[in-house]
Design a protein around this ligand. Structure first.
Ligand code: MSP
Length: 506
């Protein structure tokens, strides 16, 4: 069985991690955890992109060696991963030897094959973007857009990678492989880009302009262009692991789909004779309280602070519940608090509290044996079967926001079931029939809670574990089987209380 191989983009180490990075890691983690729970072998890679002009500049500004600089920033990204409970199997850094070796071997191969050639080039160069610009990049008034920073005309000898010979093939590949780009509508953007003849890609930077990069194996006067270096991380990290390559999903933001991931990357692989990834998943961008995220304006969110204040699962939940994969979304503090309070604390948290309280009060903290199901139980069980199947399907199509909405609708229905059965009334009665209904109500709410918690595992793994823990339950079977309505809780001792989502202070 081929390993399901999923990757995130590797983050630039010229600045600290932010919410956009956090989102991408959580999204990819949810995909990886879901596949593992479904029984697939999974390999999940993330890492840092450590070469290039921006890193060199940032290190100089701080008066430290680039290596020391990237060591510190890369460590921050690792810390973030741990904080977010990201289940990556590997973390690659482009400054590692295992990566450099592969990059150099592929450059050498492409050079030997005649896919890379040397030429003089005169053009307008943006230092900030580390790229030569084209006439079409200008503003209508002839000036250069602000994103390019200072633009100067320079002439350079450089190495170029031939792209055009693979252009028609790539367009055809995208047209004939429906799953290659997700969401599908983004494929149009790529095909649009491929309508214009592709310029060969400049894949080198002269040493005197940029030192911080991987030297070209065939000309030590040059280092490798950072994108050519960075894209190869997906392959270099698993080159010696049988059964992992090709990637099943590269998860990236929409800004780096065209041209790097959807054009350069497939052509690089095709030229090198390496199999193509099966799919590229491009997610949308977060704004914060309605505005673009920017450190300079302070419109910035530290994911780690949210984890500290509300718990990691509250943040994971919000990111997955709020954003429809592929679309943009806004991270508003008010919306976060609304979801936290109404969905996590008052809906799921309340179900946990009620289940524990009533089981303690009316059944000596032990989940009773379920009796015969009547209409309200049958209704809830039917809803469960639908919810479970639908949610699994939604995970398969990356519609996590809808999956969570459905799961929480089931939690709402379970709370409504409790209101209807009113165990606190049944508990006052000494009638055997009422006592039997009471036992059934307690068994039903505990089982419904166990199931909902199990279904939340890819998104909220810690919460799943906590809820299982307070129900005195440890899973013994595969996840898919744990999702069947059953009686495995009967006789379990539950905890006295649990506060999963405490009210925020102040
Ligand atoms: N180093 C390159 C990627 C190389 S992959 C071979 C890069 N790094 S980045 O640090 O700028 O971005 C890393 C990822 O974070 C990208 O996928 C990017 O889209 C994502 N995000 C950055 N800001 C974001 C938001 N505001 N919202 C969501 N994701 C965003 O690009």
């Amino acid at each position: 069985m081929k390993t399901f191989y999923v990757t995130t983009a590797i983050d630039y180490t010229n600045g600290s991690p932010h919410l956009g990075h956090a989102y991408e890691k959580v999204l990819t983690d949810v995909i990886a955890r879901f596949r593992r729970l479904m029984g697939d072998p999974v390999w999940f890679l993330t890492g840092t992109d450590e070469h290039g002009q921006k890193v060199q500049q940032s290190a100089r500004r701080k008066n430290v060696e680039p290596q020391a600089f990237v060591d510190a920033v890369s460590a921050e990204f690792r810390t973030l991963c741990a904080k977010l409970e990201i289940s990556n199997d590997d973390f690659i850094r482009t400054t590692e030897d295992r990566h450099k070796r592969v990059v150099q071997a592929i450059l050498q191969q492409l050079h030997d094959q005649g896919d890379i050639y040397k030429a003089d080039y005169t053009g307008f160069y943006s230092t900030r973007q580390e790229q030569f610009l084209q006439e079409k990049d200008r503003n209508p008034d002839g000036s250069w857009p602000e994103i390019y920073g200072e633009v100067t005309q320079i002439t350079e000898s450089n190495y170029f990678f031939r792209l055009q010979r693979h252009q028609a093939w790539l367009a055809e590949h995208i047209r004939s492989h429906e799953a290659f780009i997700f969401p599908r509508y983004r494929a149009k953007q790529v095909l649009e880009f491929l309508k214009e003849p592709l310029n060969d890609l400049c894949i080198s930077r002269p040493r005197e302009r940029l030192e911080w990069g991987i030297p070209l194996p065939f000309d030590s006067g040059f280092v490798t262009y950072v994108w050519f270096d960075a894209l190869l991380n997906y392959y270099s990290a698993v080159a010696d692991k049988p059964g992992v390559w090709p990637a099943d999903f590269h998860v990236i933001g929409k800004d780096i789909l065209v041209p790097p991931h959807a054009v350069y990357w497939p052509i690089m692989l095709k030229a090198a004779g390496i199999a193509l990834p099966k799919s590229i998943l491009a997610h949308g961008w977060w704004s914060i309280n309605g505005a673009k995220m920017a450190k300079s304006t302070g419109n910035f969110i530290h994911a780690a602070e949210y984890c500290d204040t509300y718990g990691v699962d509250a943040l994971r939940y919000f990111l997955m519940r709020e954003m429809s994969v592929g679309q943009d979304s806004d991270f508003s503090q008010a919306q976060f608090l609304t979801r936290y309070t109404t969905e996590l604390a008052n809906n799921l948290g309340n179900l946990v509290n009620r289940t524990l309280n009533m089981t303690n009060r009316f059944a000596a903290a032990t989940v009773p044996e379920a009796g015969p199901a009547e209409a309200p139980e049958r209704e809830l069980q039917t809803l469960w079967a639908q919810t479970r199947d639908e949610v699994i399907g939604l995970h398969e199509s990356f519609q996590f926001h809808v999956a969570l909405e459905r799961t929480f609708a089931f939690v709402t229905a379970t709370n409504a079931y409790i209101d209807k059965l009113a165990p606190w009334k049944l508990g006052k009665s000494t009638e055997p029939a009422d006592q039997a209904r009471l036992r059934m109500a307690l068994a039903t709410m505990a089982e419904a809670l166990r199931l909902a918690a199990t279904l939340l595992a890819p998104v909220m793994p810690g919460t799943t574990d906590k809820i299982r823990g307070v129900l005195g339950y440890a899973p013994a079977a595969a996840w898919r089987d744990e999702l069947n309505w059953g009686t495995s809780l009967s006789g379990r001792k539950v905890a006295a209380t649990a506060i999963l989502f405490p009210r925020p202070q102040g």
